[in-house]
Design a protein around this ligand. Structure first.
Ligand code: ADE
Length: 352
């Protein structure tokens, strides 16, 4: 991990609503992770075709073709890799792009795969180009080439691998090289969950964790979870703590609201940093457009934190617009923050 990325991650960790996986999520994620399609909520545009491809492969007695899953973090890409492996009755070997530093790291894992195993590479867009080269023949022909001996005696040896399924996950499909992308037979985009789907995820998690919660309280948490099950499950745990200490263990809609408010999360799922960014654009830059450098300087944040951690959701819900001239706060942002849109400072520059 380079310094810039370390900073982005540290920043993300301080935010309750980050969609990065935090250490405390890991145990909970494993406990709550659905093991079959029957338990998996949402993502039907991915689940339906994937299920057919899996069933067809299973009937033919073949491994599934390589699968690329792309989309924002926290939507269940790793979970799908595990569902695939349960469906096929095989093992999963999981790694990530940045963890495979040298071709030897990749070789070690590939040569240990058994027939049909799922080889899961998270953040596959961050593979080192030298490592990626070795992945091509492995994916296409299930062989790896390596050079033995040196100088005049150097020879290329082919090593035959067992047929496996590569499941690649990425938040940045656009950064994948064309040769890598082309080697995936199945490519699916994961989308943000609807509030109804998230409510169902929360009710399922609550049942597994033996948390009593009403439909309307679950809906309240769902509405503030940024379309992301990982965040929904994290907020559910915070609301449970609050209910236990402050409300006799009963989670009503009001209790959920009070707990989330205490965490600084408003009714659109925005936290302090989200609001600070929008307020800066509105109060300091008259609604924008403002360049990211100026915004970062005013907020005393790194540009990459703003671009990778803060902005994606604000863009998605239409509170922020990115224009060639810079960032603008939209009318919806003004309304959400209860800032008048005419008259005094903060008059929006809505020339969209
Ligand atoms: N927990 C996290 N994501 C889930 C999903 N898509 N379905 C069911 N439970 C989940």
């Amino acid at each position: 991990m380079d310094r810039r990325e370390a900073v982005v991650r540290a920043m993300a960790r301080e935010r309750l609503i980050t969609n990065e996986e935090l250490p405390e999520d890991q145990a909970a994620t494993v406990a709550l992770r659905p093991r079959s399609f029957d338990d998996y909520i949402g993502q039907q545009e991915v689940v339906r075709p994937l299920r057919i491809a899996l069933e067809a492969a299973r009937q033919r007695g073949e491994p599934l073709e390589h699968v690329l899953l792309h989309g924002p973090p926290g939507l269940g890409k790793t979970t799908l890799a595990h569902i695939i492996r349960h469906y096929m009755g095989v093992e999963v070997i999981a790694t990530s792009g940045p963890a495979l530093k040298r071709p030897g790291d990749l070789m070690g894992l590939l040569t240990n795969l058994k027939e049909g195993d799922v080889f899961f590479i998270d953040e596959i867009h961050r593979l080192d180009p030298a490592v990626e080269e070795y992945l091509y023949p492995a994916m296409e022909d299930f062989i790896v080439d390596f050079v033995v001996d040196k100088g005049a005696n150097a020879r290329m040896l082919n090593f035959k691998l067992r047929r496996f399924t590569l499941v690649g996950a990425t938040t940045m499909a656009g950064l994948l090289t064309a040769p890598l992308r082309d080697r995936f037979g199945l490519v699916y985009r994961m989308n943000y969950y609807t509030p109804d789907e998230l409510r169902a995820v929360i009710l399922r998690s609550a049942k597994l964790l033996r948390i009593e919660i009403g439909e309307d309280a679950a809906a309240e948490i769902a509405r503030r979870s940024r379309g992301t099950p990982r965040i929904a499950n994290r907020l559910l745990r915070r609301v449970r703590d609050y209910a236990q200490v402050e409300a006799g263990g009963v989670i009503t809609r009001e209790v959920a609201d009070a707990a989330l408010r205490l965490e600084g999360i408003d009714n659109a799922g925005l936290d302090n940093l989200d609001r600070a960014l929008l307020r800066t654009i509105i109060d300091v830059y008259q609604g924008g457009p403002v360049g990211i450098e100026a915004l970062a300087a005013t907020l005393n944040e790194s540009q990459s934190t703003l671009v990778e951690v803060v902005e994606p959701y604000l863009l998605q819900i239409g509170f922020l617009a990115r224009t060639p001239g810079g960032r603008k706060a939209t009318l919806a942002a003004y309304q959400h923050l209860h800032v008048p849109t005419s008259g005094q400072a903060g008059q929006p520059n809505l020339g969209l």
